[in-house]
Design a protein. Sequence first.
Length: 340
Amino acid sequence: MKILVTGSAGFIGFHTSRRLLEDGYEVIGLDNINDYYDVKLKRDRLKILKEYDLFSFYENNLEDKAAVDHLFKKEKPQRVIHLAAQAGVRYSIQHPEVYIQSNIVGTFNILEACRHNAVEHLVYASTSSAYGLNTKYPFSVHDSVSHPVSLYGATKIANELMAHSYSHLYGLPTTGLRFFTVYGPWGRPDMALFLFTKAILASQPIDVYNKGDMVRDFTYIDDIVEGVSRIIKKAPVSNPEWFGNTPDPASSSAPYRVYNIGSNAPVPLMDYIREIEKNLRMEAKLNLMPMQDGDFHKSHADVEDLMRDFDYTPKWNIKAGIQSFIEWYVDYYKVSLPTR
């Protein structure tokens, strides 16, 4: 089987592509290698993927419809994992236009290409940020997500709605995955674990929002990839128990599904920071900040649907996950940790 992975030089895209290649799939990678964060990190991820004979790569923008259409016509992928997007809640406040182009226009181009090239299954990235003002925990895909608190979250909800319209109109099977605070080796430098590790090692203060009173469903990258690798094999079908007078947001009369992928084990932010300190053998200097616009106090993923439909069980806790990240970070950046 030939699978197209958009965002293949990105954090989740890299790990997903490598897992698929290890499993014997042919993988077509697509990424624009933008400078949102360190391009060298993206190139180094790609270097690893290019060692596989079954990997080929295209450097293009999703917003370039002609380039996307050409790729689909040439490569004829049977399935698509669409992970490319402009990420980041805070960045969306300063640069909203980037999110419209990448997340809305780019996803539209992928949907159109899937429609016109008989793609068997489109799996695409959504986000826990979709839950916005929701405070019913754990967050469930069966609850409404009509009150996002960031443009990033709004664009991802829009992606889910766009996908449903293509599932309904054209019978395109689509599965949306709401990722919950993904972390691990080769992670994004703009995310908390990476930022905290870098600052602590440099004896610089770390910005801790809402004065540390936050809870996150931190999800290790291997658990994410395990879920994606299972889901891509099984295209959704119409839910025979779906009714318009009691519409379930997570399914449809069309071949459409939405799932959470999280650890289902939320952790206080300060416990997460203490685990980083333990691994670095250094104490963090805390710069306690107010809650940021677009952020929310707590996330907690209900993953019962994923467990039921794909026999999925998250396996990693933060103790093992943070240790794995720190080991990678120390090796990649050639850092020496303090002796005990």
